[in-house]
Design a protein around this ligand. Structure first.
Ligand code: ITT
Length: 193
């Protein structure tokens, strides 16, 4: 692998970019990661992998070099049967964490997970590759913590059941998160291709 190759992460979300760059630095990967805030097309589909793949293809002609996008979602399995899932962004903007807590307040237990899909367009092989990560846990009974973003203050991961994602440092979240796990796979790919 050549040193100082450029790799673009197309996202408008600064928090995502900062989590991803932290992991890139930690794993000592020989790429310069650059944030590109252009607007890919986000389709409404049933799965995040379809959304991520379409997002990638919609901007393929606009980026000169290898690049990736990510699509993530928050799924409340019990009692909301996976809602908000592919609607995570819209639901966060409309009812937010308070709204989710209100929806589930009469249920004693909850189960939830995050999923992340990275879609990479890799110029040496001119192909697209997908990497998935998932973290399981539950919904907190109240909003806790100030770090992270989105649904982090109401998600308690099974791997660290005393804290919400928003009470963890970026490094601690990356070690167990959906994004951290998917990114590990992407980084392994880059190191071996
Ligand atoms: P892009 O520009 O990369 O598309 P986005 O903010 O639109 O950024 P997504 O569509 O992938 O991101 O994510 C949908 C929503 O899910 C996002 O707006 C957050 O509210 C939530 N979300 C995603 N990852 C999260 C995480 O790690 N922690 C908490 N909430 C998260």
């Amino acid at each position: 692998m050549n040193k100082d190759q450029l790799l673009y992460f197309v996202t408008g979300n600064e928090h995502k970019f900062s989590e991803v760059s932290e992991l890139f630095q930690q794993k000592k990967i020989n790429y310069d990661l650059i944030q590109l805030d252009i607007n890919p097309i986000e389709i409404q589909a049933d799965t995040l992998s379809e959304v991520a793949s379409f997002k990638l293809k919609s901007i393929q002609n606009q980026v000169n070099g290898s690049f990736f996008v990510e699509d993530a979602g928050f799924f409340v399995d019990t009692p909301l049967n996976g809602f908000p899932g592919v609607y995570s962004s819209y639901v966060f903007k409309t009812i937010g964490n308070e709204g989710i807590l209100r929806l589930i307040k009469d249920f004693g237990t909850s189960k939830a997970h995050f999923v992340s899909y990275f879609a990479l367009y890799y110029t040496p092989s001119k192909k697209m590759f997908l990497f998935e990560g998932r973290v399981d846990g539950k919904v907190s009974s109240s909003i806790k913590g100030t770090q992270g973003f989105g649904y982090d203050p109401i998600f308690i991961p099974d791997e660290n059941p005393a804290k919400t994602f928003a009470e963890l440092s970026k490094k601690e979240k990356n070690e167990i998160s959906h994004r951290g796990k998917a990114l590990d796979k992407l980084i392994k790919f880059l190191k071996t291709h």
